[in-house]
Design a binder for this molecule. Structure first.
Ligand code: BTN
Length: 263
């Protein structure tokens, strides 16, 4: 695969002077690698792409499966000190979705979904981790996106892929579209936090107005109608007991089937 490493570096350098781009044929996980490097004192801003991950990780301790060419897997690592960290995955999601296609929607807190005629299916996901090094905090923003169709093994709904939206898109082209705007987004988040991104997230929120179940994996369950993200990125859910704010990233949120529409 031919990657546009230099084009990305040139586009990003005005925002992040010492930015570098590294493309590797194989890694356990781009997030794991950047977290290892950060703990070893390497805190420079970097985009790390793996053509194949052998131990890709998702949210809630899940595995993230991908194969060479059929998916795009990368992490952006940089020092960040926003006024408030809440909502970073939503701001990142809004940026990635806007760079890709109007039909790319967002499911709180970290999923990219394909909406429109293709139905609601997961297109990709975001995994954000941070390492505290002295007074500083290094953020690792990992993104995995399906490029070509992949098997639905073990998944209740078959995943979506970018080729459904644009047959000419491959992993290198998608990366070039995403990264420059993503770096700008993360830099703006570092200055202003989530507030400037609230409307942008809500414009693509796939759960808005839908009946949802929120589960903490320990039997705790809440049901209600989703009303988008609040100023701090919390998911607002209107329940029988009033408006609740879901802030924990440790929950799973599922839309309930609505009449004439599959969840
Ligand atoms: C999720 O949907 O649960 C998040 C998936 C995040 C996957 C990406 S692929 C690149 C980076 N490296 C990983 O191990 N995970 C993230």
């Amino acid at each position: 695969m031919i990657w546009p490493a230099e084009g990305i570096r040139e586009a990003v350098c005005p925002v992040l002077a010492d930015f570098s781009v590294e493309i590797l044929p194989e890694l356990d996980s781009t997030n794991t690698e950047l977290m290892r490097r950060a703990r070893g004192g390497r805190l420079e801003p970097i985009l790390l792409v793996a053509e194949r991950q052998t131990a890709g990780r998702g949210r809630l301790g899940r595995d993230w499966h991908s194969s060479t060419g059929d998916s795009l897997t990368f992490s952006l690592g940089l020092l960040l000190s926003p006024p408030d960290w809440s909502g970073l995955s939503l701001a990142v999601g809004a940026s990635v979705a806007e760079s890709l296609h109007p039909d790319v929607r967002l499911k709180w807190p970290n999923d990219l979904w394909l909406g429109g005629a293709g139905g609601d299916r997961k297109l990709g996901g975001i995994l954000i981790e941070t390492a505290s090094i002295g007074e500083q905090r290094y953020a690792v923003i990992g993104i995995g996106i399906n490029i070509a169709p992949r098997a639905a093994a073990g998944l209740s709904t078959p995943p979506a892929c970018l080729r459904e939206l644009d047959a000419a898109l491959d992993a290198p082209r998608a990366l070039l579209r995403i990264v420059p705007a993503l770096v700008q987004t993360v830099a703006a988040f570092g200055l202003y936090g989530f507030a400037p991104f609230q409307a942008r997230f809500n414009a693509r929120d796939v759960l808005h107005g839908r009946l949802v179940s929120v589960s903490d994996g320990k039997g705790g369950l809440l049901q209600g109608t989703a009303f988008g993200a609040g100023e701090d990125g919390a998911l607002l859910v209107h329940t029988a007991l009033g408006m609740k704010q879901i802030t924990s990233s440790e929950v799973s949120v599922r839309p309930q089937p609505t009449a004439g529409k599959a969840a």
